[in-house]
Write a protein that binds this ligand. Structure first.
Ligand SMILES: [Zn+2]
Length: 160
């Protein structure tokens, strides 16, 4: 994901598409959902083929890109059974995502819409951990390095 001039990354997290209307990513698609000061983006990994191996690094494809200005809204969908989901709606599409904290996403998107670019970056609280001898693995969704024993990507939360 490339940031434009004056654009800041506000959130990024592993997400799964649970419903889609219009030109939205396919149901079941897994990737990383990003919120920047200007856009909502959903990136999915591209299967590693020969071309990817030659190019090196990981490949991702932008499955959804919605400028903040085109967003009609972001809301938490509450269902009688199962987890809460994040619903994103533009004038062209509507999609719901499984994310860890749907309400935090909806709030962050609403704040970004009100603020307009450039939005202020919030300080991130960091948890200090004791370093151990562990195997590092690269997340296939966002490329961050994580500890194999943790089982989840420290950056986006995807299963490692
Ligand atoms: Zn990740």
């Amino acid at each position: 994901m490339l940031l434009g001039p004056g654009e800041t990354l506000l959130r990024g997290e592993y997400a799964i598409v649970r419903s889609a209307d219009g030109p939205a990513p396919a149901v079941g698609a897994e990737g990383v959902l990003y919120l920047t000061s200007q856009r909502v983006i959903f990136e999915v990994p591209v299967p590693r083929g020969l071309a990817g191996a030659l190019r090196g690094g990981r490949g991702t494809r932008t499955a959804l890109e919605a400028p903040i200005a085109t967003l009609r809204g972001a809301a938490v969908v509450r269902r009688r059974l199962g987890r809460e989901r994040l619903a994103i709606e533009t004038d062209r599409l509507r999609a719901t995502f499984d994310v860890l904290q749907p309400s935090a996403w909806a709030h962050a998107i609403a704040t970004a819409r009100r603020a307009g670019p450039p939005a202020a970056e919030r300080p991130v609280e960091r948890i200090h951990t004791i370093e151990r001898q562990v195997v590092k693995v690269r997340c296939r969704y966002c490329g961050a390095l994580g500890n194999e024993v943790d089982g989840r990507c420290p950056s986006c939360g995807a299963p490692l």
